[in-house]
Design a protein around this ligand. Structure first.
Ligand SMILES: CC(C)(COP(=O)(O)OP(=O)(O)OC[C@H]1O[C@@H](n2cnc3c(N)ncnc32)[C@H](O)[C@@H]1OP(=O)(O)O)[C@@H](O)C(=O)NCCC(=O)NCCS
Length: 166
């Protein structure tokens, strides 16, 4: 496998990010909520990046991309809804269909845990996974997340919550 690096999203990523999202739109929509059609334009993605980077500046969001040696984006990973008083955040990630099965999501989630700890000093991470997304559940369990007991699940029966105490 060619090396992949993980770095913070930047304002110059619009073109590469649009290509990644468009190439994998149908793949992602099998597992996670669809985005608005307006997202899939240069303007839509530029606005999206601006919003994510504002969140980064405000300390509520840390967006990362996984980039191959050619500068192609092959995955994304985010710390979302960072709450400094609760010292918690949610993790989110998506990997290009062509790059799946090589451990990239595991690499990305481990990176999120490390950043949550070292950069943000968080103590709790959560993830929400739709039932049937066995690959995602496997990644989380491999990274130490535990599925919340059904009695404590706040979400619908189609979605499960995973937790990690750091
Ligand atoms: C889920 C996803 C992130 C996994 O990415 P990935 O880079 O392939 O993940 P990894 O290679 O680190 O690990 C996936 C593991 O799940 C396994 N797996 C994948 N699909 C599976 C399935 N249907 N049933 C059981 N195991 C499965 C893989 O074999 C692999 O395990 P292994 O390393 O022991 O072989 C990727 O498929 C994706 O982006 N899906 C669409 C978006 C999404 O679902 N995001 C997560 C939202 S919670």
């Amino acid at each position: 496998m060619s090396p992949v690096r993980i770095r913070t999203l930047q304002s110059t990523d619009a073109e590469a990010l649009l290509a990644f999202e468009m190439d994998n739109r149908e793949w992602f929509e099998r597992f996670i909520d669809a985005r608005d059609a307006a997202f899939y334009t240069v303007l839509g993605v530029t606005d999206h990046i601006t919003a994510y980077l504002s969140g980064f500046t405000a300390g509520t969001w840390h967006p990362f991309v996984l980039e191959d040696v050619d500068g192609k984006i092959v995955g994304r990973a985010n710390l979302k809804g960072i709450d400094m008083s609760e010292r918690s955040a949610e993790v989110g990630y998506r990997i290009a269909q062509s790059a799946c099965g090589r451990g990239l999501a595991t690499l990305a989630v481990r990176h999120l845990i490390q950043e949550a700890q070292l950069h943000w000093n968080l103590k709790q991470l959560v993830a929400n996974v739709y039932a049937g997304n066995m690959g995602s559940a496997k990644v989380l369990e491999r990274c130490g997340f535990l599925i919340e007991p059904l009695s404590r699940q706040e979400t619908t029966e189609h979605e499960y919550r995973f937790d990690l105490s750091i």
